[in-house]
Design a protein. Structure first.
Lengths: 344, 292
């Protein structure tokens, strides 16, 4: 199931993530392994947004630990507590730990069983968590008490996004072109946004945003070129998320060229009822969910209807009963849910 | 009650008498009250009313769009109203009587004394409104209990406060009541609010399981808000014929208070049934034979 969601974004190579400025996170992993070998309790929680490179970091951990490590992954909601892995090796790399709970009475049993095994075992656990699920579990279940080392993947800056794209796609990048058809490139960027007049009526307006790097530049040669403007825009719209930046990049390239105007975000004003908002939250915090499993686990919520509603608005994608949040809809959805206090 | 024309005539006479001792440069002659000045005064008051209502509507609309951040906007509404109406009253008196500042102050004091004899309750309401704006024991959007009334504050006026109860009834509470009554504010300008849900159990029920169920029902609700400062707590108390399990948690938005309570109750009771946790079966004071 997780493969379906991750197909939405190409695999991010470890080298590309290091080039993008995430070297400190890899070093923290190595340091934790060193601590474990010296007898310290160094269980690791790798916490990141969807598409932010968590899989790459865990793959590196498995490689770094070598033959001492076994790999386990959860690809969907776990309802049987016995599915929690009992370690046979000195180290265990586990991804998808956010699938170990369901938001229902009795839904924490698999997670509790897993945490018990982590704390009772002498093995080192390197675990991967969806950041939104981690924040919820930390507040309700104190899950961070079992993991003394927490490695969070930070947002990339424009330079990091540029390095990531260069490292991912190599030297054959598309041509960067400016365009006058949609506003000037240098001083101002123009974005089209939908302004809601009422709940159902909106009007498209053009909103200018300043290109600060151009305004503060002193010499002609300091002025941001089109390439810098593209990466700046990519960074802003992806909020520094590597996978979202790559997804936006791939969507923006047309006929071997890319322009600032072609780098667009999801522009949609969200107004969801309680069930739709909750279902969107569950998809966001799990990464990908099976519609039927979720509907069975939460009979009091209109899961099927809500997922169809969300899919019609391009907030989630549905394929063979699996629902996941589109990379380009990740941050608009998170922002909306944060405003509704569904994300804390 | 003092009639308005009598009060005005008396006030004007007092002002003229008081200012009789002042030099001509210090006193401006009062303009005659013509139909034009009265119409001007009415126009100012009507315009002030329209401006206050329009501003309130705009701010309320903006607040609703901000959802959980709406309290930052709603606290401006009574301040704007006081400013608009205060400015309008100032303009009316300046326009009708054309008084200097000193005369206006003197007139205001005399007018207040004259009106206070007959309209002291109204004056108490007006002063109460000013105190509410200054002290802010509650804001628009807060859920408060005052006297026997409980509801969300939807408007703070110069004279009264409007609450909307859970039954969607709008109650107008005179502002002077707030000098005499205690006010319980459930959220104090925050979007989140503590909600308490109680369950009564048969003494033979497994209390540990019940506590876990109530806690998880609260933690997994779509309406819950949990942080280090807003934890979920569950308490058990023992009574003669039953045990009480009390769950306390914060709801993400006070408007979801009852939806949260219903959601938690519904799912907890379903889980109780699955785990054979029963409600108390004995009615106090009724013999077992009568119940059976």
């Amino acid at each position: 199931m997780r493969e379906v969601a991750e197909d939405a974004v190409p695999d991010l190579p470890v080298a590309a993530l290091r080039e993008a400025g995430l070297g400190a996170q890899f070093d923290a992993l190595e340091e934790a392994v060193g601590g474990h070998l010296e007898g310290e309790r160094s269980n690791v929680a790798v916490v990141a947004e969807p598409f932010a490179g968590r899989a790459g970091l865990l793959a590196y951990a498995e490689e770094y630990l070598g033959a001492a490590a076994e790999r386990r992954s959860f690809d969907g909601l776990v309802v049987d507590p016995d599915e929690a892995p009992a370690p046979d090796s000195e180290a265990v790399v586990v991804d998808g730990c956010h699938y170990l709970y369901t938001r229902r009475v009795g839904g924490f049993d698999p997670l509790e069983r897993f945490i018990d095994r982590v704390t009772d075992s002498d093995a080192m656990f390197v675990t991967g968590w969806n950041r939104y699920a981690w924040d919820y579990l930390r507040a309700t279940r104190d899950v961070d008490a079992a993991f003394p080392v927490v490695v969070r993947l930070p947002a990339l800056d424009a330079g990091g996004v540029r390095d990531l794209i260069h490292a991912t796609y190599g030297p054959d990048l598309p041509a960067f072109e400016s365009t006058e058809a949609f506003g000037r490139v240098k001083t101002l960027d123009f974005e089209r946004r939908t302004l809601s007049l009422t709940r159902s009526v909106g009007v498209e307006v053009t909103v200018p945003t300043l290109n600060l790097s151009y305004l503060t530049a002193r010499a002609e040669e300091d002025v941001g070129e089109v390439e810098a403007v593209v990466f700046e825009r990519l960074t802003r719209l992806s909020e520094g998320n590597p996978g979202v930046a790559v997804a936006l990049w791939e969507r923006s390239v047309e006929d071997g060229t890319i322009t600032p105007a072609s780098v667009e975000a999801l522009d949609r004003s969200l107004d969801l009822d309680d069930d739709a908002g909750f279902v969107l939250l569950l998809v966001l915090t799990n990464g990908a969910v099976d519609r039927e499993v979720l509907a069975a686990a939460l009979p009091e919520v209109q899961v099927r209807r809500s997922l169809t509603f969300l899919a019609d608005r391009d907030l989630v994608s549905l394929s063979d009963d699996i629902a996941w949040v589109e990379p380009t809809a990740l941050h608009p959805a998170a922002e909306y849910l944060r405003g509704r206090r569904l994300l804390w | 009650m003092v009639s308005a024309p009598v009060a005005w005539a008396g006030a004007r006479a007092l002002v003229v008498a008081q200012t009789g001792g002042l030099s001509g440069s210090e006193v401006s002659e009062a303009s005659p009250v013509t139909l034009q000045t009265v119409l001007n005064a009415l126009a100012v008051l009507v315009l002030a009313y329209v401006v206050a209502r329009a501003t309130s509507a705009v701010l309320n609309g903006l607040a609703d769009r901000l959802t959980t951040q709406r309290f930052r906007v709603t606290l401006l509404i009574p301040v704007v109203k006081v400013g608009v109406y205060g400015g309008a009253v100032w303009l009316v008196f300046r326009g009708v009587f054309d008084l200097s500042s000193a005369q206006l102050v003197a007139f205001s004091g005399l007018l207040g004394a004259a009106l206070g004899l007959g309209l002291k309750d109204l004056m108490a309401d007006l002063f109460g409104g000013l105190v509410l704006v200054a002290e802010r024991p509650y804001r628009i959007g807060d859920k408060i209990a005052v006297g026997e009334h409980y509801g969300e504050v939807t408007d703070i006026g110069i004279r009264s406060t409007t609450l909307v109860t859970p039954d969607d009834t709008a109650i107008t509470v005179p502002n002077y009541l707030f000098f005499n009554e205690s006010i319980a504010n459930a959220n104090d300008g925050a979007a989140e609010m503590l909600v308490t849900v109680e369950f009564y159990l048969d003494p033979a029920a497994d209390v540990r399981v019940a506590r876990r169920i109530v806690r998880e029902a609260m933690e997994t609700s779509q309406y819950v808000y949990v942080t280090d400062d807003h934890p979920v707590t569950v308490r058990v108390t023992d009574d003669l014929h039953y045990r009480t399990v009390t769950g306390k948690a914060y709801v993400d938005d006070l408007r979801n208070e009852f939806a949260f309570e219903t959601d938690v109750t519904d799912r907890a009771l379903a889980a109780f049934a699955e785990h054979d946790i029963r409600s108390p079966r004995v009615t106090p004071g009724v013999p077992d034979e009568a119940v059976e």
